[in-house]
Design a protein around this ligand. Structure first.
Ligand code: SF4
Length: 206
């Protein structure tokens, strides 16, 4: 299958690219991440995604637009609209924006399906992303290729180190940059990782 792989960053691309290629798919990477803040970090992640693509011989399309103001406007209005939800409404918006853009690009450029490296991260709201991607696929009439890549999270970290890629310390937006210093979030993330390992959704790289 000819798949457009939305790349949230270089490190998260390591396992999905290896796995999808091993399964016989033909991939093109697509960098579209207006959520990343500040500009220096955006540029660094973009450069790392390109560096990764070069190192593994992956075609990549890059959107260099740094659209901080639109991101903030959308994020704040999502939070305001859905402040009663327990999940982070801004993340749902953030997934939807990026996945929708990937779906449109895939459709316009003759791909069989789209997916995202976001599905490797144990820190993301996996089920929310899946639901969002499925709705976009239906609306845009382009298949969404689903695979739970989290099983290869540890393997991806190993590949990333072997390729000597920059690994970022926070998800991307200014809010996640704040949260990385927040003890409550740190504890919640630790608990989440432990649970995923117990459920064997996250597997140790042996
Ligand atoms: S935490 Fe990550 S997924 Fe959520 S809004 Fe920020 S950058 Fe997007």
């Amino acid at each position: 299958m000819k798949i457009l792989l939305h790349m949230c960053c270089g490190p998260c691309s390591c396992y999905p690219v290896r796995k999808l290629r091993a399964d016989g798919h033909v991939l093109t990477g697509y960098f579209f991440n207006p959520n990343i803040h500040p500009y220096k970090e955006f540029k660094r992640r973009l450069d790392t995604a390109v560096e990764f693509a070069e190192k593994v011989g992956l075609d990549i399309a890059v959107d260099k637009n740094y659209d901080l103001r639109t991101f903030l406007r959308r994020a704040l209005s999502a939070e305001k609209r859905e402040e009663t939800l327990t999940e982070k409404p801004r993340c749902r918006m953030c997934y939807a924006w990026r996945l929708h853009q990937a779906a449109i690009y895939a459709k316009e450029n003759g791909f069989d399906a789209f997916t995202s490296t976001l599905f490797v991260s144990p820190y993301q709201l996996h089920d929310v992303m899946k639901e969002v991607a499925e709705k976009i696929a239906q609306a845009e009439k382009i298949p969404f290729f689903y695979e739970d890549f989290r099983v290869g999270w540890d393997e991806g970290v190993t590949i990333c180190k072997e390729l000597d890629l920059y690994r970022q310390p926070y998800c991307g937006c200014i809010f996640s940059e704040e949260e990385r210093y927040n003890n409550r979030w740190k504890k919640e993330n630790k608990k989440k990782m432990k649970k995923l390992r117990e459920q064997k959704i996250l597997m140790d790289n042996v």
